[in-house]
Design a protein around this ligand. Structure first.
Ligand SMILES: *Cc1c(COP(=O)(O)O)cnc(C)c1O
Length: 393
């Protein structure tokens, strides 16, 4: 049994490229070239150098002493929160902007929900001097004013999606329409391990730098390259894919995914895809998604904008279906409590997405000698207002 992608673009039964015919040339160009380009020494060199000098990698693997004492196990935090722009998303956008340049593209499009991926995309477009168009639902634009301002400051054009529910899926539709109309000069930067093949695999490979660093950083601190557990939150699943990547086939390393249960699995306001979802096509790949009986995508809910997604990437659908990863649902309240606990115990204010992963320690007991690595996917600055309102600060 393999947990990685096969040569047809599938993780087990999940993945593939279910796209309108008019998009085929764009996706096919990428599919034919992505592995070749990524294998070029010059590409690798430029990618590594930007990760080091621009993003600030390697990100520390920090032994969280007080958190470990509280839960009587050995907890290491992989500090993606310390990256430039405050999260893991920049690893992927750096990779894709270099890919776009190699493929001769002049123009970048992206869609964004809460704006985090839009900001990461606008950042690398400024870095490379490429035109950047970000599609964003009209409602999200109103809700996420600071990120809209950031994108504008970085030189991007933010185009409102005014159809349907005026949120992420409508923005995605607009981006796809744009790409169909501009097949030659435009690259579409997708922000997670979702979308048609080869996106999930390409994004996972760009994020894989995370688990590669964990291996040598653990070796330095623990004398071994493998942890007993890797924990990460899953929205689409890119920070988890990066943290799991080099351990996927080694079943001695147990994988845990934290999903957003929102106000509770049965509350009708949730984003716990593994429990509430079933098989279907979302964003061009076969995966698990939350949908009505007749296949309409259900509006997800989570207090954290980054986990508020109605599906999971095909890699994670496969990890769930095969039992390779254990999926645990975390409510808003559990996550917020765990986030505040990290502030008090370690002096680190986490993104609310990452707080979902931290809440696992209240749900599950680890042994004193277990080495548990947790992907701290982002920092909490962007969530300050939510923390303020939630805790009446
Ligand atoms: C976007 C985001 C996530 C969720 O995306 P994945 O693709 O599941 O990693 C998690 N944490 C932070 C900080 C984010 O910005």
């Amino acid at each position: 049994m393999s947990y990685n992608i096969n040569n047809k673009g599938y993780y087990g039964e999940f993945g593939g490229a279910f796209i309108p015919e008019m998009l085929y040339p764009n996706v096919e160009e990428l599919r034919q070239n992505y592995l070749k380009v990524m294998a070029e020494p010059e590409f690798q060199k430029e990618f590594d150098k930007l990760l080091k000098d621009y993003v600030g990698r390697p990100s520390p693997l920090y032994f969280a002493k007080r958190l470990s004492a509280k839960y009587n196990t050995k907890i290491y935090l992989k500090r993606e929160d310390l990256n430039h722009t405050g999260a893991h998303k920049i690893n992927n956008t750096i990779g894709q902007i270099l890919m776009a340049k190699r493929l001769g593209k002049q123009r970048i499009i992206a869609e964004t929900g809460a704006g985090q991926h839009g900001v990461a995309t606008a950042t690398v477009c400024a870095l490379m001097g490429l035109e950047c168009i970000v599609y964003m639902g009209e409602i999200d634009i109103a809700r996420q004013a600071p990120n809209v301002a950031r994108m504008k400051m970085l030189g991007a054009t933010v185009i409102p999606a005014v159809s349907g529910s005026k949120t992420l899926k409508d923005a995605t539709n607009e981006a796809i329409r744009d790409w169909i109309n501009n097949p030659v000069d435009t690259h579409y930067i997708i922000g997670s391990v979702v979308g048609p093949h080869p996106y999930p695999d390409m994004v996972a490979r760009f994020q894989a730098v995370v688990s590669k660093e964990i291996q040598w950083q653990l070796k330095e601190q623990e004398g071994k390259t493998k942890p007993d557990y890797v924990i990460a939150c899953v929205g689409g699943g890119s920070n988890a894919a990066g943290a799991y990547y080099h351990f996927l086939e080694d079943t001695n390393v147990k994988l845990i995914a934290a999903e957003a249960a929102g106000k509770g699995i049965q509350s009708g306001e949730s984003a716990a895809t593994s429990v509430l979802g079933n098989e279907g096509i979302i964003h061009g790949s076969k995966s698990l998604l939350m949908q009505t009986k007749d296949g309409q995508i259900t509006e997800p809910y989570s207090i954290s904008a980054g986990l508020d997604y109605p599906g999971i990437g095909p890699m994670h659908a496969h990890l769930y279906k095969t039992g390779r990863a254990e999926f645990i649902s975390i409510t808003d309240d559990e996550a917020m409590k765990a986030g505040l606990e990290l502030c008090k115990l370690e002096g680190i204010i986490p993104a609310i997405e990452s707080s979902h992963a931290l809440a696992i320690f209240e749900q599950k007991t680890f042994k004193p000698n277990d080495v548990v690595v947790l992907s701290l996917s982002g920092r909490g600055d962007k969530d300050l207002e939510t923390y303020i309102n939630y805790f009446n600060l």
